[in-house]
Every structure is written in C-alpha cells, then in structure tokens.
Ligand binder design. Structure first.
Ligand code: NAG
Ligand code: NAG
Ligand code: ZN
Length: 565
C-alpha cells in the first residue's frame, strides 16, 4: 500500500528525487498504513482467552454468525477441499512466486504472466486495459439488477534501493519459497492479494460457479506513487459505467488480523485519515549580514515553527472514528482492556445517548486517556503536524529574503482541511502581526514583507466512513457479509471490529463508486510474527496465509452473490 505522498505538484521546489525515494522506502514504512497492526502487536503479550467465557455477541460490539455460502454443489465442495490441500498450496506458491519475479518497481507489464497463469479467467472474463496498464476484469452476473462486487489490488511495488539488495536473505525478485514463506518485494504488498483474487476466480470457474452478481477486479499500477494514473483513471471509468454508488462493496488491501488487548480481531479499514501539506513562505528585506536587524526571515520563520509545534492538535474521537467501536469491543470482550478506559468509555456512551455533548471546545477525556498508550494510538485520533522541509538563505553575507518551509498534516476523522487551514493561519497571524508583515492565506501572493500560506494539490479529506451497521438480519449489510465470511474462515473466537488507516490506498479514488469500502488483508497466519516487512528488506508472506486469502476471496464472492444488497 501507498505510504507517502512524495509525488508533489510539478515544479514544487522541494527535495531531490533520490532523497525522496530513500525517505519513501526507508522511513515512511515505520509510520504508514500498518500503524494499526504495529499497535496491536504491542498488546500481544496476553494469553488467548477461553472462548467459552467470552460471549460471541452482545449489544455492544455485536458480532455476526459465521457465514457459509448456502448454494452448494459437488464441484463447489471439492473446490473447498482442493483449496485446503497441499497440491493447491504448492500451486499457489509457484503462482505468487512467479508474480514476485516480475519486478514491477517502475512499470513492467504483468499482463502476459497473468494470462498464462490464469487461463480460465482469461478465457471467460472480459478484460479491459484502462490507461494502458490498468487492468479491469468483468465477470458478468446473470442478474443485472444486482450491484457488482469489486475486488482491488495494485500491480506495482515500491523500489528496492540498490544499497539494500545485499541485505536481503533471499534476492528481492527471486520469489524464493523456503517451505513456509514466499520471499521478495511485493510478496505481502500486495501481489499476494492480486494473485489470491485471481486464484479464487480461477477456482470458482473450475468448479462451474456462475455468478448472479457481476464481479469486477480492478488492478492499478502506480498505487505506491499515489495512483494518479492507475486508480485515478480506473475509478472514473467504473463510475461512468455503473453510476455513483453503483457498486455493492469494494475490498482493497489493508490491515491483517491482529491481537489487541489479549483478543484476536479482524479490523477491516472503514476509514482513512486525510492529508494536506502546507507551504509557508516568510519574505523579509535582505541586506548585508554585517548590519542585521534583530530578527530576519529565518528568525521569524523559526518563531512561527516553534509556535506551530507548541499548538498541535488535541486527541479527539469523533463519533464516527472506528477506534471508538474497537474500544467498545475491547471493553466487552478483551481480557487486557484497561479499566480506566472502560470507565471513560461508559461515561462517554451515556452522555452520547443523552445529547451530543462532544463539542469542539471541550477536552475529549477518553481520547486523551487512550492516546497515552503510545504515539501510534494517539495518531489514530489526532491530526498530526510535522514540519518536514525547510529552505532559507543563500550566503553568509546576505540576509535571507525568502524562507520557506512545509508542514505535513494527517487529518483526523471528523476534521477537515478547512480546520487545518484555519488553525495554521491563526498561528501565522500572530507572528505576522508581531513583525508587521502582511498575511495572505491561502495560496496567497508573496510581497516583500509577507507571510504567505499555500497548500499542495495532494490535499485529501478524511475518507467517508464505511457504514458498519448489521441491519435487521445478521448478514444484511456489506459489513455483515465481510464479517461473516471472516468468522466462517477463522472461527468465532475471532472478533470483527472496524479499523482506521493512517495512510491511504488506491480506494481514495473510489469514494463515489460505493459507500462500502473495506481495506482488509484477509490472510492470517497465527504463527507468523512480524508484518511481512512491507516496504523494506526481506519482505515475505506465509504460504498458509496466502492460501487463506484465496479461500477468503472465494467465500466472499459466493456470500456476496447470495446476499440481498
Ligand atoms: C509440494 O511441494 C513439496 C516441495 O516443495 C513436495 O515435497 C510435496 O510433495 C508437494 N506436495 C504435493 C501434494 O504436491
Ligand atoms: C493552491 O491552490 C490550488 C487549489 O485551488 C492547488 O491545487 C494548488 O496546487 C495550490 N498550491 C500551490 C503551491 O499553488
Ligand atoms: Zn500496497
């Protein structure tokens, strides 16, 4: 998945390309989309509770029953058995390994490999290329009144910097299989998802499944550099064909299952934080360094930066923030859930039902307490602020006339870029007044005595939150079907709770197509520790987890096919 927004506006006066690449591949992975996963690992010291003492559902944190497809046939049953066999595991490993051997760092066409590896898919589905390399597969359903299901993945991978090739246990594009793991760049981000989707469809075709509901597969090719050519053209293409809200549910790459507070959870991402970079330019008179004023442009910019860092955002849990529901599940079912949080949660839920008292000026005590856990948790419910780039001055004998810095923000659920603009402009106003400078937010014009603010066109609002209601019956909603499919595969001791992503996937372009967007990695190897080293050295995926991704995809397609959505 993508973890950076490195592709700035053309001509932006920022960093050299190679530095950006290094930043993107080495540093960002630590704070990216897998944040939630890492945070979960921090709680993983507790024993697995006895499922018998934990009710599988309750009013809070309701859980759906496992959902098995009702429509069966001998062929479908043997398919289910085949997908659990060693024969299939071997085949699946060699397919994934073959895909990893195609180095799709800069674009390298996977089309021919996919055509040879999945002959039935290529003989039976309609295949369209959108913007040259974007792949759209359509398996037409018999009932055109049903909205299609859409499965997504991206074909590209993040580059392997030359300097790190030697550190790999097995070469990054070898697809080496050690009997347990398939190794290589893309093995877990996310050729596993791409190959698993196609394997599921190939298996369904082999067993003569024929869908009522149309199935769409959409594979972008530049997700790791923000999807501007791939998803950004595939999504409008689909909106044009099926209309706004024309798709029943979308599943894209996302967080894997994990243990939280001593309980195992699936946390399909139903929300993503927003994003905005703000450039601030301080223009002050130049002159000779031997006769400096008390504060020059660099000094003023420094003061402004200090104030920005002193006035960061408070943690705040919007009613829509999925972390709230995860905490409710934790309070209800997880043995290691902190009692102080439980109390605060109870009091918040009581207040919520009386009246919406969470006004913007009041401190959010629950969020403050939850944030104490660590920074990764804090930023699931807080707009982040980081001054990342600065330029100013050119010579030691000349006072700086122009000082520029860039402030990166990841916008909290329930907030917006407008909130961020207002906040940062307010801080700049104080400094501008102090030094008699003009202030021109936003995208203001520079004058010789000014502070100007502007934002990059990489701005993205927080994603609309996917509904997580369950309807009257257990499996009436897309979230219910996803949950039921997951619990059918992994058992009822696994709970499903909504998750939040601090980074963004290709789904950022698909908001118009469906309100039911899930970012979820369904492959789960309970024995596997570590998160597959995405974006770094020794990326790998467990073969068992990969096969489970195939089984999940096949189950989800069948369950969606039978659903009345
Ligand atoms: C799977 O592959 C392994 C070697 O990687 C082999 O020993 C085993 O017999 C194979 N199993 C089947 C059922 O093909
Ligand atoms: C200024 O605003 C526009 C939106 O109107 C944006 O797309 C553009 O990239 C902004 N930033 C700069 C540095 O011009
Ligand atoms: Zn990815």
């Amino acid at each position: 998945m993508e973890k950076n927004w490195g592709a700035e506006t053309a001509g932006a006066p920022l960093e050299p390309r190679n530095k950006k690449t290094a930043f993107r591949t080495l540093v960002l992975p630590i704070v990216g989309i897998w944040t939630i996963w890492i945070l979960f690992r921090t709680y993983s010291t507790w024993a697995f509770p006895d499922p018998a003492v934990v009710p599988s559902s309750s009013q809070k944190c309701p859980q759906v029953e496992p959902l098995f497809p009702a429509l069966r046939s001998q062929e479908m049953d043997s398919m289910d058995m085949y997908l659990e066999s060693d024969t299939f595991l071997n085949k699946s490993v060699s397919r994934l390994s073959g895909a990893v051997r195609i180095p799709t760092e800069s674009f390298d066409d996977m089309g021919p490999y996919l055509a040879v590896t999945f002959p039935l898919v290529h003989a039976s589905l309609q295949i369209e290329k959108v913007n040259t390399h974007g792949l759209l597969y359509t398996w037409a359903g018999s009932d055109t009144s049903l909205k299609p299901t859409l499965l997504m993945a991206h074909q590209d991978v993040v580059p392997v910097p030359d300097a790190t090739v030697g550190q790999w246990t097995h070469p990054p594009f070898s697809g080496f299989f050690d009997g347990k793991f398939v190794w290589g760049r893309g093995a877990s981000d996310c050729k596993n998802q791409l190959i698993a989707i196609l394997e599921a469809v190939e298996a369904l075709l082999e067993s003569d499944f024929s869908p009522r509901r149309t199935l769409l597969l959409s594979f972008g090719f530049d997700e790791e550099i923000s999807g501007r050519e791939g998803a950004n053209t595939l999504a409008p293409f689909l909106v044009k064909r099926y209309g706004k809200g024309g798709v029943a549910a979308i599943v894209d790459e996302g967080a894997p299952n994990a243990e939280v507070w001593g309980r195992n959870f699936a946390v399909p991402g139903v929300a993503e934080k927003g994003y905005v970079d703000v450039d601030i330019v301080v223009r002050m008179p130049g002159g000779h360094s031997s006769v400096p004023p008390k504060h020059n442009g660099i000094g003023v910019a420094s003061e402004l930066i200090t104030r920005i860092e002193e006035n960061t955002y408070e943690p705040r849990l919007d009613d829509q923030n999925p972390y709230l529901e995860l905490m409710r599940c934790g309070a209800e079912h997880a043995p290691a859930f902190p009692s102080k949080l439980k109390k605060l949660l109870k009091s918040r839920d009581k207040k919520s039902s009386r009246a919406q008292e969470h006004t913007c000026n009041k401190k959010d005590r629950l969020a403050l307490e939850a944030s104490k856990e660590n920074l990764l948790v804090k930023y699931l419910m807080t707009t982040s602020v980081a001054v990342d780039i600065i330029h100013g001055g050119v010579k030691t004998n000349a006072l700086p006339e122009r000082t520029q810095f860039t402030v990166n923000h990841r916008i909290n659920v329930g907030s917006s870029s407008q909130d961020v603009f207002g906040h940062i402009a307010g801080i700049a106003k104080g400094v501008a007044e102090k030094y008699g400078l003009a202030l021109t937010p936003f995208n203001g014009t520079e004058t010789p005595f000014s502070i100007t603010l502007s934002y990059h066109d990489t701005k993205l609002e927080p994603a609309p939150v996917t509904p997580t209601g369950l309807g009257d019956e257990d499996h009436d909603t897309a979230y219910g079907i996803l949950s039921g499919t997951t619990r059918a595969l992994y058992g009822q001791d696994l709970l499903v709770a909504p998750g939040i992503m601090t980074g963004n996937t290709d789904t950022r372009y698909y908001w118009d197509l469906s309100e039911n967007i899930f970012r979820y990695g369904p492959g789960w190897d309970r024995e596997q520790t570590g998160f597959g080293n995405i974006h770094t050295v020794d990326e790998k995926v467990g073969a068992k987890a990969h096969v489970d991704t195939v089984r999940w995809m096949a189950g989800f397609v069948r369950n969606m096919d039978e659903a009345n959505l």
